[in-house]
Design a protein around this ligand. Structure first.
Ligand code: 5AD
Ligand code: SF4
Length: 479
């Protein structure tokens, strides 16, 4: 009988990728993924520490899990409980202290050691259950495993081939961050910048494509700072890597990359957007604020004008490029004038999609120590105003797609019978009535319906050969 593994993933796409890799690592130990947390033999919480109350959420979830384990123990079963990800990295010792019967706490850079940790935890639990203590079978003091090292070896050298399937896939190419924005925990939880070698990335890309991927999103906390070892021994940039994947991986129709920093948008990468049809005309480029004073306090190392110039150059290279971004409202000391500068920038640029957050003081970051924290009520009002503007831009962008013919890569069954759902080049969800053999294919769809966050349409008569759709550059979807 196989064992059941449940992984709950919080936060970013990198965590989604890491969760899939942890599942790959545990498959040889007999663990298969389950959707049913209540009957899992092992539960991993893959946590996020980027904003608000992440640690509190982890502790309350752990409380629930322990109660659930207790119930399973009544039925003669047992559960291994592990906390992974950035809360584990930042609060590992505290988790061990407050939850003494936790089995495993591991950071984002040590999960290649998970099989060994699970083997040790399994032995420890078996011994403990055979010799119940005076405390009802649960140990009182931490004999759990804590591994939040930043090891000298790269975990990527120890990961098995991925078993990920589906027409879209994530591929981590870079990790960590050396930028030290004053609000952000990432440099502390994920560590210093690291880039995987090109050969390793290309092998994983080919493997994913062989398993059905037609779109790959290259991931990194600072992905456009990528500087990995090329097959020629030289250091390659992201532009060079993307060009190589576009040329060398047949059947890879679409390439995306996220998340980028404005400082690292170099000429070659901007040019690649104009030259490579596989590089999708959609870019997530966080700007955080439109006020130069706040950008300086954030240590972003760019100004609002610097951002405007990058966007101009990108749009010159690829006129139909759409943008999304991240914004923080209420950074310490943010005035009404600073807030209005951000709204102005948003109005000028026009974003197809965006993420906006209230500033959250992260323990140990320089901004958390700043005086003049902005009152919550002010943050709430600013966030509401900003989100109304961003929402109107998203709706305008989607509205502008109605009546257009766009290539859609179909990924999964839709909500209604006979429907498939996929994504446009601009990451808009699109549904259409199509048979299941259209999954994993790019199909030209005439958009006829505008939903709240999605579009609907019908296939046109003009269809390229199955699986090989590389369309001409479509018209710009936003004016
Ligand atoms: N408070 C609010 N938002 C934050 N982000 C990162 N750190 C914080 C913080 N302390 C946001 C940034 C980043 C996104 C992933 O999360 O906008 O780009
Ligand atoms: Fe955090 Fe700034 Fe690095 Fe992005 S660039 S991960 S916001 S420190």
């Amino acid at each position: 009988m196989g064992k059941k593994l449940f992984i709950k993933t919080y936060g970013c796409q990198m965590n989604v990728y890491d969760s899939a890799r942890m599942a790959d690592l545990l498959a040889p130990l007999g663990y298969g993924l389950t959707e049913d947390q209540s009957d899992a033999d092992m539960v991993i919480l893959n946590t996020c520490h980027i904003r608000e109350k992440a640690a509190d959420k982890t502790f309350s979830e752990l409380g629930r899990l322990r109660a659930q384990r207790h119930e399973r123990q009544q039925a003669g079963k047992d559960t291994i409980i592990a906390v992974a990800g950035c809360v584990a990295q930042a609060e590992g010792a505290e988790i061990m202290r407050r939850v003494p019967d936790i089995d495993i706490v591991l950071g984002p850079q040590t999960y290649h050691r998970l099989p060994e940790m699970v083997a040790r935890a399994t032995r420890a639990r078996a011994q403990k259950l055979m010799q119940p203590s005076a405390f009802g079978g649960e140990r009182k003091f931490g004999a759990g495993i804590l591994d939040t090292d930043f090891p000298p070896e790269s975990k990527f050298d120890f990961l098995p081939e991925t078993t990920t399937e589906g027409s879209t896939a994530f591929l981590a190419i870079q990790e960590g961050c050396d930028k030290f924005c004053t609000f952000c925990v990432v440099p502390y939880t994920r560590g210093a910048e690291f880039s995987r070698p090109v050969a390793q990335i290309a092998a994983e890309a080919r493997h994913l494509v062989a398993r059905g991927a037609r779109e790959i999103t290259l991931l990194g906390q600072n992905v456009n700072a990528y500087h990995g070892e090329g097959p020629d021994g030289a250091t390659w940039s992201l532009a060079r890597l993307v060009r190589y994947l576009a040329d060398e991986v047949p059947d890879l129709l679409r390439i995306r990359y996220t998340t980028s920093h404005p400082r690292d948008m170099d000429d070659a990468l901007i040019a690649a957007h104009g030259e490579l049809p596989q590089l999708m005309p959609f870019l997530h480029l966080p700007v955080q604020s439109g006020s130069d004073r706040i950008l300086a306090e954030m240590n972003r190392q760019h100004t609002a004008d610097h951002f405007r110039r990058i966007v101009d150059r990108l749009r010159k290279a690829r006129p139909d490029l759409a943008l999304s971004s991240d914004f923080i409202v209420g950074f310490p000391g943010e005035s009404d004038a600073d807030h209005r500068a951000t709204l102005r920038l948003i109005e000028e640029i026009g974003f197809a999609q965006s993420f906006s957050f209230k500033y959250s003081a992260r323990p140990g970051t320089p901004a958390a120590m700043l005086e003049k924290q902005v009152p919550v009520a002010v943050m709430d009002a600013r966030l509401q105003e900003m989100q109304a503007l961003l929402e109107s831009q998203l709706m305008a962008f989607n509205r502008a797609t109605v009546g257009k013919r766009v290539p859609v890569l179909f990924e999964r069954a839709g909500k209604r019978p006979g429907q498939l759902t996929g994504k446009s080049p601009w990451l808009q969800p699109v549904h259409a009535n199509l048979s299941a053999d259209c999954l994993g294919r790019e199909i030209e769809i005439e958009i006829t319906e505008l939903g709240h966050y999605s579009l609907g349409g019908q296939p046109t008569d003009h269809q390229p050969a199955a699986g090989h759709a590389v369309f001409d550059q479509p018209e710009r979807a936003i004016a």
